[in-house]
Design a protein around this ligand. Structure first.
Ligand code: NAD
Length: 309
């Protein structure tokens, strides 16, 4: 850290507001559970999520188990279809065709990563857009980019929930997104530049800069960010000297360091400079799962209304 940054750290004794993703996700799950009760009380079927899990990857097993538990907690039925490691692309496509056609299934998720022999893009592309609760399908991406989303992708949607529920407006502000993946960085940037993506105009209309692995002089860009969203996957990439005093810092990264999980942001020092910050764990992770539940309920509603019209 250079002298200037050290001086800045010394002079600022700001303790950032902690944006509690765990508590926010619990609140959202309560809201979803109430909506599902009302939906069922009107005689409609329970939403159902089908998760396709291929192989034995331990992290994927944990993720799918957590998603199952989350479904249960709000009244969404879930079905996990486990396939062996040597499953072929064709076999998965057949399975997805069955799930697409099954009227009891509202949403389908294919747990990533898939084993190497599988053409992951073909498999993901075969999920019916109306059941694509991850919002990865080109049709759903296109609708979102045009500002008329069917489903919002879960992780950026979780970021929007935390910004809006804590009242951190982004309109007219400079938001810097670190990372340009199809799952987080790109859709995040696209959502922030819309006129309104469903949270009101104050939580849209941002001026957005996207940085990636080929961006040079990252710090000079991040230092002008009113809101910084890190989604890179490199532990403590974002240091205190990269932060504008008073910025809102959202840490999407999840990195295993020894036995613990850390984000992309050097939490302790950055929280002395930022005005608000998400922790890892307990930040965006729980919200991502809550948004999957939200999308599954939305998918159920959509399918029900399209089948009765
Ligand atoms: P990815 O590997 O697909 O993308 C990483 C991005 O970071 C790339 O676009 C790359 O260009 C960019 N990048 C690499 N080095 C960089 C650098 N030095 N400066 C700026 N950008 C750089 O990863 P992803 O799927 O987008 O996930 C990113 C992180 O977020 C990972 O740690 C992942 O585990 C985490 N994640 C968390 C959640 C959650 O629910 N909290 C969900 C998805 C991903």
């Amino acid at each position: 850290m250079d002298l200037e940054a050290l001086t800045r750290l010394e002079s600022l004794r700001v303790t950032a507001q902690i944006l509690d993703g765990k508590a926010t996700a619990a609140k959202i799950r309560e809201e979803i559970a109430l909506e599902i009760t009302a939906w069922r009380d009107s005689g409609k079927p329970a939403p159902m999520l089908a998760a396709v899990l291929v192989g034995e990857d331990p992290a994927s097993q944990v993720y799918v188990r957590n998603k199952e538990k989350a479904c249960q907690s709000v009244g969404i039925a879930s079905r996990v279809i486990r396939k062996p490691d040597n499953t072929t692309t064709e076999e998965l496509l057949e399975l997805l065709a069955e799930l697409n056609a099954d009227p009891m299934i509202s949403g389908i998720l294919v747990q990533l990563p898939l084993p190497k022999q599988i053409d992951a893009q073909r498999v993901l592309d075969s999920v019916l857009p109306l059941k694509d609760v991850d919002a990865f399908a080109p049709e759903n991406v296109g609708l979102m980019v045009q500002g008329r989303p069917r489903f919002l992708p879960c992780t950026p949607h979780g970021v929007m929930q935390i910004l809006s529920r804590y009242g951190h407006q982004v309109a007219g502000k400079h938001v810097v997104v670190l990372g340009r993946s199809d799952i987080v960085g790109k859709p995040m940037a696209m959502m922030l530049v819309q006129k309104d993506i469903g949270f009101g105009s104050a939580f849209a209309n941002a001026t957005v800069t996207v940085c990636h692995s080929q961006s040079s002089d990252l710090a000079s860009i991040t230092r002008s960010a009113d809101v910084l969203i890190a989604a890179v996957g490199r532990a403590k990439l974002v240091t205190a000297d990269m932060i504008k005093p008073g910025a809102v810092v959202i840490d999407v990264g999840i990195n295993r360091v020894g036995d613990s999980l850390v984000g992309d942001v050097d939490f302790g020092p950055v929280s002395q400079i930022a005005s608000a910050i998400t922790p890892v764990p307990g930040g965006i992770g729980p919200l991502t799962i809550a948004m999957l539940l939200k999308n599954t309920l939305a998918a159920c509603r959509l399918q029900h209304s399209s089948s009765t019209n």
